[in-house]
Design a protein around this ligand. Structure first.
Ligand code: AP5
Ligand code: MG
Length: 209
């Protein structure tokens, strides 16, 4: 099954994609993670992306489309995948249509006030990328999965978060209508607890955990 996770920053795309990928045994393709890795490694792509990401803006379409096209051509994508954070503009969605067939689009719906709270409290593992919220950490500063340090993402600073939300509403939300028009969109309440959200997504996909 080829699946897109659509939703504003902080909606839970990464958190849920990890769980659903484990359940379905397919890879999670997070363009945000790919770009952050490229920045850390100092590659040409990473250098191009840095100023956009730090400002909460989208990286130009031509940079990201080629990355996704190459990634989807890899062997581990043959049984399906979840795209987490791509497409994010109508031109990206139109490009995707030329090299992939999408079966389902899961839209995670969460109100802006809750998103700001989630992002300002998010902590991520420097090594494996696992995501936590400070409210669940009880003061812990290391990752449950690999023991490494947890940090705050650079773009989770308050002013950048507001900019990312604006960019989502202006440039990415039009994709809701795009995929509704194709009969692929499944809207999920992303403000229920983590496990309820996972169940609702699996139900919408007609899959079992
Ligand atoms: P990216 O990394 O994709 O960031 P994003 O879309 O802004 O989304 P987030 O990762 O912030 O949120 P999420 O929905 O994954 O939420 P999470 O599960 O972590 O992109 C970063 C940047 O890269 C972009 O700004 C852009 O510059 C660039 N980029 C990436 N893709 C691009 C593209 N296609 N085109 C152009 N540029 C691109 O959860 C958030 C928090 O909430 C966590 O703390 C979590 O523990 C908590 N939480 C999750 N679910 C629940 C729940 N049900 N209840 C309570 N808390 C919850
Ligand atoms: Mg994410």
């Amino acid at each position: 099954m080829n699946i897109i996770f659509l939703g504003p920053p902080g909606a839970g795309k990464g958190t849920q994609a990890q769980k659903i990928c484990d359940a379905l045994n397919i890879p999670q393709i997070s363009t945000g993670d790919i770009l952050r890795r490229a920045m850390k490694e100092g590659t040409e792509t990473g250098k191009k992306a840095k100023s956009f990401i730090d400002a909460g803006q989208l990286v130009p379409d031509e940079v990201i489309i080629d990355i996704v096209k190459e990634r989807l051509a890899m062997d581990d994508c043959k049984q399906g995948y979840i795209l987490d954070g791509f497409p994010r503009t109508v031109p990206q969605a139109e490009a995707l249509d030329t090299f992939a067939t999408i079966d389902s689009v899961i839209e995670l719906d969460v109100k802006d006030e809750e998103l700001v709270n989630r992002l300002s409290g998010r902590r991520v593992c420097v090594k494996c990328g696992a995501t936590y919220h400070i409210s669940m950490l009880n003061g812990k500063i290391t990752c449950d999965k690999c023991g490494e340090e947890l940090i705050q993402r650079n773009d989770d600073k308050a002013e950048t978060v507001l900019n990312r939300l604006k960019v989502y509403h202006d440039q990415t939300a039009p994709l809701i209508g795009y995929y509704e028009g194709k009969g692929l969109l499944k809207k999920i309440d992303g403000a229920q607890g983590m496990d309820n959200t996972t169940r609702a997504i699996l139900d919408a996909l007609g899959a079992k955990a």
